[in-house]
Design a protein around this ligand. Structure first.
Ligand SMILES: [Zn+2]
Length: 91
């Protein structure tokens, strides 16, 4: 993934997915702190909340597991599409 400050390919996809609003990382190239915005991250987690609601009405464990998996996949895709990397140590 590209650094929003210097444009270097500085963090891996896996590292990017593990970034939370409270857990920024540092760019290996420019050493600036980069992370994700809380609002966007929250928005991208919508599929999780929908799944948690739906699961309440589903009794079959297999269907529950499938639904949870779909929620995780959807939230991951939304996270990558909707949540841009930002420089968080602006001064
Ligand atoms: Zn950088």
């Amino acid at each position: 993934m590209k650094c929003p400050n210097c444009g270097a390919d500085s963090i891996s996809l896996l590292r990017r997915l593990s970034l939370g609003p409270a857990f920024p990382t540092k760019c290996k190239a420019c050493n600036r702190k980069i992370g994700v915005s809380f609002r966007r991250t929250f928005l991208s987690a919508t599929p999780y909340f929908v799944v948690l609601l739906l699961i309440y009405f589903i009794e079959d464990p297999l269907n529950r597991a499938i639904l949870m998996l779909l929620g995780v996949v959807a939230a991951t895709i939304m996270n990558l599409k909707l949540v841009p990397l930002i420089v968080v140590d602006r001064d």
